[in-house]
Design a protein around this ligand. Structure first.
Ligand code: ADP
Ligand code: MG
Ligand code: MG
Length: 249
């Protein structure tokens, strides 16, 4: 599904990603863990196509296509969704309009007609209920004045409506209490299937109790230095990251 090869990227002239390689097949759930500042959010920014992040070498293909040749809209329409560590607020734009516009843009790109209003509302209400989000959410401006937990739930709501093929979740667990974490995890787990993949960036093993990964990677200084299964996450929780860095050196 996605193949990241020897990726190098700079921010403000400073090299951050230094040869990151990662391959994700359909149906797989991968977790990336790593110390603060190791480049985890830089990876999501680069995949999102943020212009302040400069890719200096390496390649990323998404369903066999060069990701860097695709516009941000093309990436989204091809099924890439990124949920950021700090979701943006869009004052003046109601949630319901953003959801509908995003869904219709995707349908248009696939040559499908716009979704009919009643069908859309039925879909949205069903997903709101599943995510335990109040209907009034729809008429609030996107993320404006939302608590950290509400923003994260809103990201998952978007995911449930857009049904992307590859979802990258950057610290979806940060700032969530245990009940919100369960709802968010149920949302993610409900979409797990053989054709859909997830890349979860997290500091804490706790998330992985709820969303069980197939692979756990350690990112350190812009490179993946170790890969294991979910037991690696438990070991990291127990022993920290230093031993992995020493083992690699
Ligand atoms: P992580 O998500 O693993 O904590 P980041 O990818 O956010 O790490 O950051 C990696 C490094 O890049 C840090 O040293 C950070 O200060 C720097 N960095 C990230 N984004 C920017 C930016 N927009 N401008 C300047 N430096 C940045
Ligand atoms: Mg960080
Ligand atoms: Mg980060």
């Amino acid at each position: 599904m996605i193949e990241i090869k020897d990726l190098h990227a700079k921010v403000e002239g400073k090299p951050i990603l230094k040869g990151l390689s990662l391959s994700i097949k359909p149906g797989e759930v991968h977790a990336i863990m790593g110390p603060n500042g190791s480049g985890k959010s830089t990876l999501s920014a680069v995949l999102a196509g943020r212009s302040d992040y400069e890719v200096t070498s390496g390649s990323v293909t998404f369903f066999g296509k060069d990701l860097f040749e695709m516009s941000v809209e093309e990436r989204a329409c091809a099924g890439l969704m990124l949920a950021f560590q700090y979701p943006v607020e869009i004052p003046g734009v109601k949630n319901v309009y953003l959801l509908k516009a995003a869904l219709n843009a995707q349908r248009k790109a696939r040559g499908e007609p716009e979704i009919e209003a009643p069908t859309f509302m039925k879909l949205v209400r069903e997903k709101l209920k599943f995510m335990k989000i109040d209907n009034s959410f729809l008429h609030r401006a996107v993320n404006e004045g939302f608590s950290g937990g509400e923003k994260k739930r809103n990201e998952i709501l978007q995911m449930l409506i857009l049904e992307p093929k590859l979802v990258l979740l950057d610290e979806i667990d940060s700032g969530l209490d245990i009940d919100a974490l369960k709802v968010v995890s149920e949302g993610v787990n409900s979409l797990r299937d053989a054709g859909r993949s997830f890349l979860m960036i997290t500091h804490y093993q706790r998330l992985l109790d709820y969303i069980e990964p197939d692979f756990v990677h350690v990112l350190s200084d812009g490179q993946i230095i170790k890969t294991g299964d979910k037991s690696l996450a438990l070991e990291l929780e127990d022993r920290g990251y230093d031993w992995v860095v020493e083992e690699t050196a």
